[in-house]
Design a protein. Structure first.
Length: 134
């Protein structure tokens, strides 16, 4: 009896896992928009995004020591649930600055997703992150 119960629970778990994977795959296969009617927005808007970057970016020691400055362009997708995915550097500056740009974007809270023709859609977003020594 215990074996039958255990096998039933395992079968149910497998079905639930397969269904969850199908949902993730279907969301990932949706089109990613470059231009939309309503852009995705960081919680609190642009001022909050600037504040987030100022408070969370840690200037890498090696770049600071070598006095490297520049603007890293980080590209990512704002998903339909507001989460961030597919983070990559579109314009490199220096390896540790590029890595810091990716780190800080991946750590962002969920955004308000973008909309196109009244429907919530996946949107590609490019964020310039300026590294400047003062």
């Amino acid at each position: 009896m215990k074996k039958l119960f255990l096998m039933s629970v395992m079968a149910l778990f497998c079905l639930m896992t397969a269904n969850a994977q199908k949902t993730v795959v279907s969301e990932k296969n949706q089109k990613v928009y470059d231009t939309v009617d309503q852009l995705p927005e960081f919680p609190g808007g642009m001022p909050a995004l600037i504040s987030y970057l100022q408070n969370n970016i840690k200037y890498p020691k090696d770049a600071e020591k070598q006095k490297v400055e520049g603007r890293v362009l980080v590209q990512f997708v704002v998903e339909t649930d507001g989460s961030i995915s597919d983070v990559k550097v579109a314009k490199e500056v220096f390896p540790s600055l590029d890595a810091e740009g990716i780190r800080v974007v991946q750590a962002m809270p969920k955004w308000t997703p973008g909309k196109h023709k009244g429907k919530i859609v996946r949107v590609q977003y490019t964020l310039p992150i300026v590294f400047s020594l003062k």
